[in-house]
Design a protein around this ligand. Structure first.
Ligand code: ADP
Ligand code: MG
Length: 380
């Protein structure tokens, strides 16, 4: 889904209030009835509320659902995007939104900038997107589970990624600096490097290979396994050939039941890629699971830092039951160079028709501060 920010500056304070009301109403209503929207928004006068509702629906931030069972509105991905952007704007994490640089299976990546013009990366988690598009069973899976909604799962993925990135950064791992997180989005530093996937030749493949294997071992010695350590998720600086690791929603502890398997898969991914791309094969078989010597407990620390074991289990369950169906499609390449990348319109319509979409769960976040007073200002 394309992030279309053009309407954001035209939203009035009342529009923001109503949008926030729909989000809050979604916490315990699959479809939020108009009367409830009016009540939560606290706006006086039905006609005012209706006017806001119709302008929000017109730009696709909420969608009408009208059938035998329901008559009301639900928040769309677009609406959730706007609420997150508004929060980032208020906290001064994001001032403007630029080009889309990546389209993953379950995320969209944009270059954004802060007030000083410094570029950053906005990662928008969009769990459920591919699955819903392709497999009806997945829709049913998500629809029937309160905590299984796309909104909730996307938020969990963002929370998890942010928590892991933070702890990795604090422990001097080569990862982007996590700057902010709200709802289903995170903001991090922009790494001026290309994915390993896009590198066709290396003067010394053995040097980078050794660094990557060392990294896998270093993660594990601190209690962590990346779980998706591949050529798409390793950015390599052009000049120094130093790697930076990204993409953490699937990280697990070395105490996880499948830890050995994930560790070996990470190692094999790099081995296979180096063989295929650079015709490089290392002399030894390692690193092996038995080489891992645990010296730290970042896996335990991360639980204390805002991503609980319960949340981890919920996300993992989703990833196991829904995501594997999409897993065979490799992550798509970046859309293009950093400059001039075209935002790709996938024609995705998770939020367009308003007729038969999955239920969604609201955020635990409060009314975003600033949603109201910030309105009208050209923040994006
Ligand atoms: P996904 O979970 O969809 O695979 P990733 O976090 O791997 O998302 O990001 C997808 C692509 O976006 C990456 O392969 C990379 O090209 C680009 N990207 C992501 N984060 C950054 C960043 N911090 N700096 C530069 N490029 C990034
Ligand atoms: Mg990735």
């Amino acid at each position: 889904m394309k992030l279309d920010t053009h309407a954001i500056r035209y939203l009035t304070g009342e529009d923001w209030r109503v949008l926030t009301a729909v989000e809050m109403g979604s916490k315990n209503h699959e479809v939020v009835p108009t009367a409830l929207i009016a009540q939560i928004s606290g706006l006086r006068g039905v006609s005012g509320v209706n006017k806001c509702i119709s302008s929000l629906a017109k730009v696709g931030l909420i969608g009408r659902v009208k059938n035998a069972k329901y008559d009301g509105y639900r928040l769309t991905y677009g609406g959730l995007d706007y609420l997150a952007l508004n929060t980032f704007s208020k906290r001064k994490s994001v001032y403007s939104v630029g080009n889309q640089i990546g389209v993953g299976k379950e995320s969209d990546i944009y270059v954004v900038a802060d007030e000083t013009g410094t570029q950053r990366v906005l990662k928008i988690h969009r769990l459920g997107r591919i699955s819903f598009r392709t497999v009806k069973a997945n829709r049913d899976y998500l629809r029937n589970r309160h905590s299984g909604s796309w909104m909730y799962m996307s938020r969990l993925a963002a929370l998890k990624e942010y928590a892991f990135m933070k702890i990795l950064h604090e422990n001097s791992f080569p990862v982007p600096v996590p700057l902010d997180q709200a709802r289903h989005c995170i903001v991090m530093t922009l790494i001026d490097a290309f994915p390993l996937r896009q590198i066709s030749t290396l003067a010394s493949p053995s040097t980078l290979y050794a660094k990557l294997m060392e990294l896998i071992l270093r993660f594990a010695s601190q209690g962590l396994i990346h779980g998706d350590f591949n050529e798409f998720n390793i950015l390599v600086h052009e000049d120094t050939r130093e790697p930076v690791v990204i993409d953490f929603p699937q990280m697990v502890s070395v105490d996880h039941a499948n830890a050995k398997e994930y560790f070996e898969r990470d190692v094999k991914c790099i081995k296979d890629f180096f063989k295929k791309r650079f015709r490089y094969t290392a002399d030894d078989d390692g690193p092996l699971w038995s080489d891992v010597k645990r010296v730290g407990k970042l896996d335990v620390l991360v639980e204390a830092s805002g991503f609980s074991r319960k949340q981890a289990r919920e996300l993992e369950k989703y990833m196991k039951e829904v995501a594997p169906l999409a897993d065979n499609n490799e992550t798509e390449d970046t859309v293009g160079g950093r400059e001039g990348a075209e935002a790709e319109d996938e024609g995705d319509d998770v939020d367009g028709d308003g007729e038969e979409e999955e239920e969604e769960e609201g955020e635990e976040e409060e009314v975003p501060e600033g949603a109201i007073e910030e309105a009208g200002k050209p923040m994006i």
